[in-house]
Design a protein around this ligand. Sequence first.
Ligand code: TMP
Length: 226
Amino acid sequence: MTGLFISLEGGEGSGKSTQAKRLVDYLGSAFPAREIIRTREPGGTKQAEAIRDMLVTGSADKFLPETEALLMVAARAEHIAKVIQPALLRDAIVICDRFVDSTYVYQGLAHQIDIASLEALHEFACAGLTPDITFLLDVSVEQGLERAKIRSDSSADSESRFEEKGSAFHAKVREGFLSLATRFSDRFVVVDASGTPDETDKHVRNAIKDYLQITAPAGSVPAHAE
Ligand code: TMP
């Protein structure tokens, strides 16, 4: 497959969505002729967004971890077949807010479904598709949950089901992501996301600039407002 597949991962309130938007702007300036797609998981197609709605709303314990895993993978199968794979075949850059590493961490390491079963599911439903580069936006559990709470209190969004799983769960999520980043150090870049969006943006730009060997200085493409 051609194209470039970038994923952003991290716990609640790590700022992935903001950084995904900024990355689109930066890469769009660096490669004006290239198609760039920003998408998210769970979601990214009409059917996958309907599955997302079930997953992210309602009480924290409404699904078994196994049900959660199957729904995440079902949404991903739709998303890959209908959006990601066709885009990569057109040589686009795909920037995805969460991907399979979230399943390994949330359903696997935090909810204790064995990773081998999740890998088998990913192979079965998603042909084992793996990002070329994964940014892990790392922030403490306290700071992340605080940011997520401010966001959900100040908006009408009811997508707080995962936030409500509690800080012990989210501590496992953070540890889980850091352990995956060590295991797959060839594609993971860990970014300190505790600072302002501009500070995080600078780390992400420097890393992608090195990875893609972009020659313009990382700061030379203006940052866009969120
Ligand atoms: P978001 O708030 O980052 O858009 O993601 C929604 C929630 O879904 C987030 O709390 C993490 C969770 N999630 C999983 O548990 N497993 C997955 O595979 C994915 C993609 C998301």
